[in-house]
Ligand binder design. Structure first.
Ligand SMILES: Cc1cc2nc3c(=O)[nH]c(=O)nc-3n(C[C@H](O)[C@H](O)[C@H](O)COP(=O)(O)O)c2cc1C
Length: 211
């Protein structure tokens, strides 16, 4: 049985503690080889029936970048309208995407109709395919952080509009829009939302109820 040293386990916990959702990036390209190495985390990830339903689009062209940013801005305006009082004030001051600066932007989809895996495990709960994509994103997130790269997950988007703008197949559903680049600061000991007073992280492992 392959085992891992206590020192490695400590480092792993540190990596999980210091993984952050990053929305402030400093200028600087991400080397293509490094990005590829980090993306290899996808192929190490679990997926229902080994279906590997993740589909990735690197959004590069200025025209598409602008469309994505417009999508975010209008979705964010709508979201702000749903808050009032103090929450609205805090929300208005949040930076909720790094889409203006992030050198690498990936739209990550789930192919809901993939034939890979022959449907194993997804008959009663087809949403398991999307969950599979999420597990792979998490592996990528940690791998990227280990290399010093920041990853920010943007979900304040209209997914139908985004799919149309990127002209992806009908069977693909948006799971994540990731902004990736070099973090502006290295002071990320806490989530930004915690620092700003929006929400707090639970300090311990979740309670379990018994049945
Ligand atoms: C599925 C998902 C969607 C998210 N969407 C957004 C988003 O649209 N904008 C944003 O600023 N942060 C987004 N986040 C980041 C969370 O706000 C962040 O993970 C949380 O505040 C905890 O901070 P941490 O990731 O730095 O630990 C998202 C995170 C996840 C997991």
């Amino acid at each position: 049985m392959r085992s891992f040293s206590p020192a490695f386990c400590t480092e792993l916990i540190e990596l999980m503690k210091w993984r952050r959702d990053v929305r402030h990036f400093k200028p600087g390209a991400v080397d293509a080889g490094l990005l590829r190495d980090c993306l290899a985390a996808f192929s190490l990830s679990p997926s229902v029936g080994l279906s590997e339903p993740w589909r990735l689009v690197r959004v590069n062209s200025p025209g598409n970048r602008l469309k994505m940013l417009d999508n975010f801005k209008s979705s964010n305006r709508d979201a702000l309208a749903g808050y009032s009082g103090d929450k609205a004030t805090i929300y208005a001051g949040l930076k909720l995407s790094g889409m203006q600066e992030a050198p690498v932007q990936l739209a990550i989809f789930c192919d809901e109709e993939t034939l890979k895996g022959a449907g194993l495990g997804a008959k009663t709960m087809p949403e398991m395919r999307r969950y599979s994509v999420v597990t792979a994103i998490m592996a990528f997130w940690l791998r990227a952080r280990a290399e010093g790269l920041g990853v920010g997950w943007v979900s304040i988007l209209d997914p139908v509009r985004l799919q149309r703008d990127l002209a992806v197949p009908e069977s693909w559903r948006l799971v994540a829009y990731l902004c990736i680049g070099w973090p502006e600061k290295d002071d990320a000991d806490k989530p930004e939302l915690e620092k700003i007073g929006w929400e707090v992280r639970s300090p311990q492992a979740p309670e379990m109820i018994e049945r």
